[in-house]
Design a protein around this ligand. Structure first.
Ligand code: MN3
Length: 197
């Protein structure tokens, strides 16, 4: 089964003024679709390599699979991390866990924004469940897959590639990441958290 582009869970203009319709159309229909297409192409190349027994391109195939799968996974999550009814703070078990692992919500938010703002080049800010330590961790992912932790389960992701915000915020990544907290869908994040623990 080839991978498929999921629909946005809301209209293209639903997150305005945080993100404009044109940004969302380009980001979802062009960029995310591109990762899905390239992932399917890489899987096809792997299948051909197995059939022919010629694995001379395996490194490029593995690289394409890691990059495009991670891009597809993060974008699929990113759309569901936001809602026109989002913002505020999490409640329940997720709120308790954030307080335990980061001190309080404001300290978590400060670290998440610092991590997102300081990603070198293109990448992501990520809140993830780390099963070995039994705790939440904040990660920076360069591109989609560098600096990741194997097995960590991302529950909140923030796309800080320029294509995510350039039309609306130009080069002001910090204004974009700060406004992200006005649309975070904490119910969706908490649902993923509760599946982890
Ligand atoms: Mn993106």
């Amino acid at each position: 089964m080839p991978f498929e582009l999921p629909d946005l869970p809301y209209a293209y203009d639903a997150l305005e003024p945080f993100l404009g319709e044109q940004t969302m159309r380009l980001h979802h229909d062009k960029h995310h679709q591109g990762y899905v297409d390239s992932l399917n192409a890489a899987e096809e190349k792997a299948e051909k390599a197995r059939e022919s027994g010629d694995f001379s391109s395996i490194r490029a195939i593995s690289d394409a699979m890691a990059f495009n799968y991670s891009g597809h996974l993060f974008h699929s999550l990113f759309w569901t991390c936001m809602s026109p009814d989002g913002g505020g703070q999490p409640s329940g078990a997720l709120a308790d866990r954030i307080n335990t692992d980061f001190g309080d919500f404001e300290s978590f938010k400060a670290q998440f924004l610092a991590a997102s703002n300081d990603v070198q080049g293109s990448g992501w800010g990520v809140l993830a469940w780390q099963p070995l330590g039994n705790k939440l961790v904040i990660l920076q992912a360069e591109k989609h897959q560098n600096l990741s932790q194997w097995g960590a389960q991302p529950i909140l992701v923030l796309d800080v590639w320029e294509h995510a915000y350039y039309l609306d915020y130009q080069n002001e990544r910090k204004r974009f990441t700060a406004a992200f907290f006005d649309v975070v869908d904490w119910a969706s994040v908490a649902g993923r958290f509760e599946e982890c623990v």
